[in-house]
Write a protein that binds this ligand. Sequence first.
Ligand code: AHG
Ligand code: MN
Ligand code: MN
Length: 282
Amino acid sequence: METIFDAIKNIALKIDNAIKTSEGGYATSSNVTGDTQLKLDILSDKIIEEELKKLPSIKAIVSEEKENLLTLNNNASYYVCYDPLDGSSIVDYNLSVGSIFGIYENKLDGANIIASAYVVYGPKVEVVITTKANKPKLYRLYDNEFKFIKEISMQEEGKINAPGGTQKNWYPHHKALIEALFQKGYRLRYSGGMVPDLHQVLLKGGGLFSYPGTTDKPKGKLRALFEVIPFALTFIEAGGYAIDDKGVSLLECVPKFLHDTTPCFFGSKNEIELVKEFYNGK
Ligand code: AHG
Ligand code: MN
Ligand code: MN
């Protein structure tokens, strides 16, 4: 497993360099979900594939930008599912973006994720690595090397609210939940990139990030294997919570297909209790 984390740190250096030096803008292709791909989406996917191909412990990989699983070593047991560049709609405007990795053993579902990692490409480059039953570990890049900074723990309540999705298409109970948080004094903190938005909730120790099902996308937008389940592991190991719109832990999520999506709520204890109250029976 350590070799996979080392590879992810290497990947972070390379993608950070690609973001800073390569051409922006769209390619002419689109991915399975139908998003038009950025040149950087494709380049980041390639960088990760090349690095992970060197590791004998990985059975197969699949990413947001690949239609199918790519088998690497038949006799190995780890699957790596990743979002090479999260934040395609904001990277060309110089906002923070990220990469997300989920490491699964045997089966691709919430119950079988054994580790996760994400990289934040912001004013600083940071990596957060989580293994089952251990607090997430934060590393920061200084002089081309990642230094361990601290373990991440969440409190029972925070002050910030990061509500995703198109507001016009929110269900009334979701609108009521978000309004209730603002009435309680929560402040809006939403960049449009789930990596920096979730990173802020985690490091501030509390708050809520939501990407609900909406009238136009009842299963939400965020992809279970590449985005949601990896962050669910991080939040839960940090002492926070990650649930779907039925109140079920996202570590129980069983995607129906590789690119399946799910409504998702990540936060500290009190905010997640509030989500459950507003979603009860909906
Ligand atoms: P990606 O760039 O990998 O397609 O995903 C971006 C995600 C996520 O970062 C963010 O929270 C969400 O898309 C925002 O989407 P909308 O702006 O479409 O609501
Ligand atoms: Mn993404
Ligand atoms: Mn992406």
